[in-house]
Design a protein around this ligand. Sequence first.
Ligand SMILES: Cc1ncc(COP(=O)(O)O)c(C=O)c1O
Length: 376
Amino acid sequence: MKVEFYKHSISQKDIDNVVKVLNSLFLTTGAVVEEFENRFSEYLAFKYTVGVTSCTAALHLSLLACGIGPGDEVITTPMTFIATANSIIQAGATPVFIDVEPETGNIDSDLIERAITTKTKVIMPVHLHGQMCDMRKIKEIADSRHLIIIEDAAHAIEASRGGIRVGELSTTSCFSFYATKNITSGEGGAISTNNEEIAEKLKKLRLHGMSKGAAERYSKRYQHWDMEIFGWKYNMDNIQAALLIDQLQNINKYWQRREEICCMYEEAFKENQQVDYLKVLPDSKSARHMFTILVSPEVRDQILWQLQERGIGVAVNYRAIHLLTYYRQAYGYNRGSFPVAERIGDSTITLPLYAKLRNEEVHWVIQSVREVTATA
Ligand SMILES: Cc1ncc(COP(=O)(O)O)c(C=O)c1O
């Protein structure tokens, strides 16, 4: 049986919405983007959302909108996709990693204080695999040390923890609609905020710093535009937004199915000596973006390949990024710098998880993991 690593949930309705845009006059950022932004804000109870081309762009622009640049330090986690730390470098600032919690893989908030220097300006937590970091604690630290919080919520649209929604305590939160994300437009991203000034700045920053977008220039009597600040070309277009609008309507239905699948995985592996997994805490609603198991580092790659040979799509999310060549060379990190992140990175395997995954496929994945790990 072939079990794909990921299948999107794009429906005929989503395709019809895209066709409608393709048959219209306006393909770039316009009314459909605005509609998506409004609906996204409403879903997450934010005042403003700004649609962009990726979560990487969202993180980069959030840093710029908060005035972060050369000489500034941003505290983040090495247990993430490189986009998180790369966005900090794109803004001209320096990523400062701290280690993660063994149970969840999320940034260890007890280690934040000692990483703060006079150059620290931002804490950038990442909600790994969909479970939120301890945002109450992070907010307390940020407030007492006058730091900004920018959330990498690429995995976590549907998440909440201890009564706090994703993004609720932060200046901005950044979302991804990349091809394997919980809702997707192939590529795409969004920044949500309750700060009007930041939202206005982000709208300019996503379009070269221009004072008026194409929709405003075109829809009324011609208006000249100015370039007020230096910006980038990161604007979401109407085609991407059309693909997302109806997926957002169905987001809880898709989440429900992923939750069911994760419960099946957890039930199957909870007594297994060879297989562990990162835990969802009792006060937490995980967005259930990924399900990862942890196996012995010595046999991880062998298990990964054997699962692939059985036709099961697997991945590694993530090897600790401070050990990648660029980060070692640029910042002098080494093995031993962040032992918990390294241990997770050396042990982890991501299993298939998506709403279209059928029960018989889940059973086959479980049986295969059991058999392969028992003999590894
Ligand atoms: C944790 C995390 N942050 C940021 C990103 C970047 O998202 P995008 O591909 O939309 O730039 C990803 C993408 O996979 C991610 O997993």
